[in-house]
Each structure stands twice: as structure tokens, then as C-alpha cells.
Design a protein around this ligand. Structure first.
Ligand SMILES: [Zn+2]
Length: 324
């Protein structure tokens, strides 16, 4: 008896009326195996294609979730940058006003803008969000840098302004209580020549020996009795305040400073007298701007009340006789 194998194929031989085994060659077996293999591979390929294109792996699902979170965060950052840029724009406007209104200066010109190239992001899924936010961050950084420079300049201007304010002749040169405005700036009758002459300062009548104060910080450039170029002034002192301001004090009885000496506003530089061409004890006070004599009345603004100023201003307007 022939033992039947599971995969063997048999056929009925009608001639011998017996069941015989179909003989299959090794080649045929190999071809059959290859056929199965090809069909199997094809089916596997189809299954793989479907799974890749129509089903997502847990890892892909996680990536997608992360991507949407990242997009939301970029949008949030972008909105925050918009808000910060608005704040900075407001600071910029206020800064420009500060320059123009307080310091009477032009604000600094905007600096060259830093420009980054974000083309490497172009193919990225997050491209538009990243580019937009990055550009906003760049703009913000540039504006912030410009603002920082501007603030440095404001600080410097404020420092200069403070120096300027200390130097400009701005106080009444002698104690207002024991003095009086006698004659103002403009054409006045000269007490000695008895003609109408240009009076280049103000005369403040005060007792002999009344202290005279420097009206602003500066350096004494003239301190002498009738020096060359100051004929008629008697004992005279001139202070160079810098910032194109000078002040002059004439007809003193005595000096309290020397040429080259630095003085502060309020320092006693000398005492009231009647030296030189003078008709009585008084201080002849002049203020010069860029070498040109101006009305000193407009420079009394620090230690004076509105009432006092009005009184001095009205008295200085009178076309009377100067004390010289
Ligand atoms: Zn005078």
C-alpha cells in the first residue's frame, strides 16, 4: 500500500484501471512556488499602500497633534508681537515729541534695518507662521535698538540742557530788597554827556558795598579797573558762561574775583560802587548773546516773582536818565 502524502495529486488510469500519482517535476514545483511568492508580494504591496495612504500610525497621529499645537503657539506669538510692536510705536511717537517739544532737536534718523532671509523655511509645513513671526521679531528687535539709541541721546540732551540751564545768566544780580531798577536797556539820557545815547544794559541803584552775584555758572574773563576796551565802566567784571552767553558788571567799588576764576551762579564777584563814568552808586549790568548786547530784563527769570518782574519790567521801559 502506497502511503498518500497530503499534497500529492492522483489520477485514474483508465487503461490499467488503477489510481496513479501525477508526477510533478522540480521545475514545475519551483515555478508554482514563484507564482505564490509573486502574488503574495503583490498583495503585501497593495496592503502596505492602503495602510500608508489611508491609515495613520500612532506616531504620525502624535506628530500631527504636535504640529497643530506648534501652529497655534506661533499664532499666539505672532499676536503678542503685534501688541508689543504697537507699544513700541507708541513709545516711538512719545520719544519724537520729547525731542521736538522739550529739546527743540530733531530725533535721530532710523538706523539700517536688519534683514534675515527665511527662504530655508519655504518648504516647511509651518513656513508661513514661522516666517511671519520671525519677521515681526526682527522688526521689534530693530525698533528696540533704535529706541535704545534714542534714549541715550535724550539722556545726553538732558545732561546738556541741565549744564545749559546752570550757565545761562538767569538771576537778578543783586539783592532785590535793598536795590531798585533805575534805568533800562535802550536809548536813555546820559547823566554826564546829557545826550540821548544807547544804554547797553540796565542800571540797578543800590548802596555802596552791596554784594553783586554771578548770574550763571562760568569763567571770569575780565576783572579789572578800566581795562582796555571797557572805557567808562570803572571797576568791571565780565563772565563767559559758555553756550554763547556772557554777562558784564560795571562801576563796582571792589572786585571779589580774579580773571580765569570759575564761578557758580550766586557767587559774590564784587561790590556795588560808582567808579568810571557814573553819577551815583549803582550796578550797570549787561547780558551778551553771541557777542551782541541784549536786554537783561528778559534774562531775569529764576528767582523773581511775577509781580517783581512786572515792576522791574515797567521801570526799565521808562525813557529816563541812566546812571551810566
Ligand atoms: Zn548803565
Amino acid at each position: 500500500m502506497v502511503k498518500k502524502k497530503k499534497n500529492d495529486i492522483y489520477y485514474l488510469d483508465t487503461a490499467s484501471l488503477s489510481v496513479k500519482k501525477v508526477r510533478v517535476s522540480a521545475r514545475q514545483r519551483l515555478l508554482k512556488l514563484l507564482r505564490y511568492l509573486i502574488v503574495g508580494l503583490f498583495l503585501f504591496g497593495v496592503a502596505l499602500f492602503i495602510s500608508i495612504n489611508f491609515f495613520k500610525s500612532p506616531h504620525e497621529r502624535q506628530l500631527e497633534k504636535d504640529l497643530s499645537v506648534a501652529e497655534a503657539r506661533y499664532r499666539y506669538l505672532s499676536d503678542r508681537m503685534d501688541q508689543l510692536n504697537e507699544v513700541l510705536t507708541d513709545i516711538h511717537k512719545r520719544d519724537q515729541n520729547l525731542y521736538r517739544m522739550i529739546f527743540e532737536a530733531e530725533p535721530p534718523a532710523p538706523k539700517a534695518v536688519l534683514h534675515n532671509n527665511y527662504s530655508e523655511f519655504k518648504e516647511n509645513t509651518l513656513a508661513s507662521a514661522i516666517i511671519s513671526t520671525s519677521e515681526k521679531v526682527d522688526k521689534f528687535a530693530n525698533d528696540l535698538y533704535a529706541q535704545s539709541i534714542s534714549l541715550d541721546q535724550i539722556f545726553e540732551l538732558a545732561r546738556q540742557k541741565e549744564e545749559h540751564m546752570k550757565h545761562v545768566p538767569a538771576i537778578y544780580p543783586i539783592n532785590k530788597k535793598n536795590s531798585r531798577m533805575s534805568s533800562g536797556f535802550g536809548y536813555r539820557f546820559h547823566p554826564i554827556y546829557k545826550t540821548l545815547r544807547m544804554h547797553t544794559g540796565v542800571d540797578i541803584a543800590a548802596p555802596q558795598g552791596t554784594p553783586i552775584y554771578a548770574t550763571g555758572d562760568g569763567k571770569v574773563v575780565v576783572a579789572d579797573r578800566s581795562p582796555v576796551g571797557y572805557s567808562g565802566y570803572g571797576i568791571v567784571c565780565k563772565i563767559d558762561h559758555g553756550f554763547s552767553y556772557e554777562s558784564l558788571y560795571g562801576h563796582m567799588s571792589k572786585l571779589n574775583v580774579k580773571p580765569g576764576q570759575k564761578v557758580k551762579r550766586g557767587d559774590i564777584i564784587g561790590f556795588v560802587g560808582s567808579t568810571g563814568l557814573s553819577s551815583g552808586s549803582h550796578l550797570h549790568y549787561e547780558v551778551l548773546v553771541n557777542g551782541k548786547r541784549v536786554n537783561p530784563v528778559y534774562h531775569f527769570f529764576l528767582d523773581i516773582s511775577p509781580e517783581e518782574y512786572l515792576e522791574i519790567f515797567e521801570k526799565a521801559k521808562e525813557v529816563n536818565q541812566s546812571l551810566s
